[in-house]
Design a protein around this ligand. Structure first.
Ligand SMILES: [Fe+2]
Ligand SMILES: [Fe+2]
Length: 156
């Protein structure tokens, strides 16, 4: 993806659960919007530190939440998906290390790393890894709908 590519945004075709996961993803798009619309460039080290810090926090909460859902829906590629989360988190940790030690002379380098990681996350990961969960979430919902209330079951 080049700088001329449009800024990715959340749209209903990315909806997975109409709940917390969608809200998380919308938060991710909002979190990165300023950086993406600013030409994928940090202007100051503080700006870089602030975004990377928020993304590290967000990733930890969101990925664990998503992995809990993967387990709940018996997702067949859960391990592969988890490994992709680890890879994104490792990438963020690398950027964080660079940002903490940068005095500003590496801002262009950090901006490039961050732009690439965000693109990978927003464009590739959500579409290729998260979106296929949707069918399984729907299946779980359907089976819950078809399960009679507990009062109707003959337990003994
Ligand atoms: Fe994911
Ligand atoms: Fe996700």
């Amino acid at each position: 993806m080049s700088d001329e590519d449009p800024i990715p945004g959340w749209s209903p075709d990315l909806s997975i659960d109409q709940g917390l996961i969608d809200a998380d993803h919308q938060y991710l798009f909002n979190l990165t919007a300023a950086f993406m619309s600013g030409g994928r460039q940090f202007n100051t080290p503080d700006q870089a530190y602030d975004l990377v810090h928020r993304l590290v926090e967000y990733a930890s909460i969101h990925f664990r939440r998503e992995e809990a859902l993967l387990a709940r829906i018996n997702y067949p590629d859960a391990i592969d998906h988890h490994l992709e989360h680890i890879r994104l988190e490792d990438g963020l940790a690398e950027i964080q290390k660079t940002v903490i030690t940068t005095s500003g002379d590496q801002l262009a380098f950090v901006s490039d790393l961050m732009g690439a990681l965000i693109n990978e996350w927003l464009v590739t990961h959500i579409r290729s890894y998260d979106l296929p969960m949707k069918a399984y979430v729907e299946q779980l919902r359907q089976s819950a709908r078809n399960t009679p209330p507990i009062d109707d079951l003959t337990l003994l």
